[in-house]
Design a protein around this ligand. Structure first.
Ligand code: AGP
Length: 615
């Protein structure tokens, strides 16, 4: 979703902000802009629909300089994608005398924007865009003009008053003509401030990743905390909604381990991240068996919930389905899993002995956070399985397990899925035996070895994708433990290759979807030792209707190979419950190659955002 970067310091902030925005490109966006303080003492904006490159081109022609700059990448919610709707929004010509020059950037949704807009228009404010964001700027101007008439005009108070009037989750950064100050505040949307005391620079962003290597300390304000960044004393002060100084801010040194991720020799981040899986699995094992993770595991070993609720979205929800299978099979604990967007509105049946698990790569997914809040309000114990350290989910859940996936840049989640599922398996193992067992990590490392072998033969999957990427549709099938990865395979393919794909429990096909099968439909069948004969029968049913069969199946299974059009041999030996995670890597590679042959924007697929911070 929208990315925000702001800078105050001794340097020209333009390139710093543009670099921050470049790092946030992975979040998904459709336009970009910056605002600067011009020599005439007023703010000016440069903004452009499309890629960041378009903005760079206009900036490089004009060479603006500004010690205080805010920038934004927009992911459209209200109003089409065009230059006018891009951020920052600037106050010029919004009020009669244009006394104020203010620019704002926004991430989130102002739910009561239509009502507020009407009220503001009636009071003489003009709007230039179709966005809800501009309503906040209108409110701010309105507050300033009202306060001015009583000779008490004050930016801070006006911002707080305007903020109190909006509904929904949002983060804002506000720039005025005071070159020494930026204001930022949020509710239910990510916001981080940063300082670098040596270089006397201050930063603000929607994502700490933008600040890696720039800030050496980062601050995570609570909801409703106004951050006032001051260039003169290189300090950030924090205030509550009544304007009183507040300490409701978490801080930490910027993670050295959080390196800026580059693609290296790989053509896409997604491919790099698929190939990183063996290494990241071994990192996970080391962290929890020998490293700091031991303490986290010891802390959670006491859990013995009567029932577990799992909430997540998208791929993280699929990882939740895998974890549910693990917990029910090995722990015999009933698990209820819900999409976070459903859970939050369904008045779930929760009891005090329950545990609620939230799974998220980013830790900033709006629906997942809302589901977490619901459980926290009802005093249900909460556990986060999360990748991004310092994210809202990581900070707010009662306990957290970090999945050790490292930065995931590709919008299509790959390594995070595998590591979320393994973290869930590890959690189940620890609460079952009340201690850390090395055996489970041996199995994880065996999975890492197998994935490594599979990746060495990625070419065979690429060759299959090249032959069938233009087929009409793709049905991924699997039974039992393999069903969640059938769903995940289909999601991966549709999100990056823009083809119709569905995941089905193999036994369900004949209850409807088999009507789709003809010689232009492909069935990717995940065949593993459990329920082998049943799954093979389902393949026969598709074959009888001339569907194209791509089987992910046991090595040396000549019969299965014969009935399949394409065959990907797997070595399942010793992997047992981890088999679905191994088979899923085939689907990841297959989706990647299909997308590559189709020529789509693999790392930043259309319409998608890496971190979905609106509901
Ligand atoms: C995965 O490929 C997707 N892009 C998406 O479904 C994602 O998993 C979902 O939005 C949840 O994100 P999170 O893990 O950051 O919470």
């Amino acid at each position: 979703m929208c990315g925000i970067v702001g800078y105050l310091g001794p340097q020209n902030g333009i390139n710093i902000v543009l670099e921050g925005l470049r790092r946030l490109e992975y979040r998904g966006y459709d336009s970009a802009g910056i605002s600067v303080l011009g020599a005439n003492g007023r703010l000016a904006v440069f903004k452009k629909a499309g890629k960041l490159e378009n903005l760079r081109n206009i900036v490089s022609e004009i060479h603006p300089t500004s010690n205080t700059t805010i920038g934004h990448t927009r992911w459209a919610t209200h109003g089409e994608v065009n230059d006018t709707n891009a951020h920052p929004h600037i106050s010029d010509s919004m009020a009669v005398d244009d006394e104020y020059s203010i620019a704002i950037v926004h991430n989130g949704i102002i739910e009561n924007a239509p009502i507020l807009k009407k009220e503001l228009i009636d009071s003489g404010i003009n709007f230039k865009s179709q966005t809800d964001s501009e309503v906040f700027l209108g409110l701010l101007l309105h507050e300033l003009y009202q306060a001015k008439s009583s000779k008490k005009a004050d930016y801070m108070q006006a911002i707080l008053n305007a903020f109190k009037r909006i509904k929904g989750n949002s983060a804002f950064v506000i720039q005025t003509t005071d070159d020494n100050t930026l204001y930022a505040l949020k509710k239910g949307a990510p916001l981080v401030c940063g300082t670098n005391q040596r270089s006397r620079e201050l930063f603000v962003s929607s994502d700490p990743y933008a600040l890696v290597g720039m800030a050496d300390k980062v601050f995570f304000p609570d909801d409703g905390i106004l951050c006032v960044l001051n260039r003169q004393n290189s300090q950030i002060r924090f205030f509550d909604l009544e304007g009183r100084p507040s300490s409701k801010v978490a801080s930490r040194d910027q993670e050295i381990s959080m390196q800026v991720s580059e693609k290296g020799a790989f053509e896409h981040y997604m491919l790099k991240e698929i190939f990183e899986q063996p290494e990241r699995i071994r990192t996970l094992s080391n962290y929890y068996l020998h490293g700091n993770g031991q303490l986290l595991l010891q802390k959670i070993a006491h859990h013995h919930p009567k029932q577990i609720h799992i909430s997540a979205c998208g791929t993280a929800w699929h990882a939740g389905l895998v974890i549910k299978n693990f917990l029910e099979r090995f722990n015999r604990i009933p698990c209820v899993i819900e999409l976070a967007s459903e859970f939050r509105y369904k008045n779930p049946i929760l009891s005090p002995e329950d545990l609620a698990i939230f799974i998220s790569q980013s830790g900033e997914t709006a629906d997942t956070l809302a589901a977490l809040d619901l459980c926290l309000e009802q005093k249900i114990k909460t556990l986060a399985i999360v990748n991004v350290e310092g994210s809202t989910l990581h900070r707010n859940a009662n306990e957290s397990l970090l999945i050790q996936a490292g930065m995931e840049i590709g919008v299509a989640s790959t390594k995070a899925f595998t590591l979320q599922a393994l973290t869930g398996r590890m959690f189940g193992d620890v609460i079952q035996s009340k201690k850390i067992n090395s055996a489970i990590f041996d199995k994880f490392n065996l999975l890492a070895d197998r994935i490594e072998e599979l990746l060495r033969s990625a070419d065979q999957i690429q060759a299959i994708a090249e032959e069938i990427y233009n087929y009409k549709g793709f049905i991924f099938t699997g039974r039992g433990d393999d069903f969640p990865v059938a769903l995940e395979g289909a999601l991966k393919l549709k999100e990056i290759a823009y083809v119709h794909a569905e995941g089905y429990a193999a036994g369900e096909l004949k209850h409807g979807p088999i009507a789709l099968i003809d010689e232009m439909m492909v069935n990717l069948a995940i065949v593993t030792p459990k329920l082998y004969e049943k799954t093979v029968s389902n393949i026969q049913e598709i074959k009888a209707r001339r569907g194209i069969i791509v089987t992910i199946g046991p090595a040396n299974d000549h019969h299965l190979q014969e009935i399949s059009n394409y065959y990907i041999p797997m070595n399942y030996e010793g992997l047992d419950e981890l088999i679905p995670l191994y088979a899923n890597v085939v689907s990841q590679l297959f989706s990647y190659y299909v997308a590559k042959f189709k020529g789509t924007d693999i790392d930043k697929p259309r319409n998608l955002a890496k971190s979905v911070t609106v509901e």
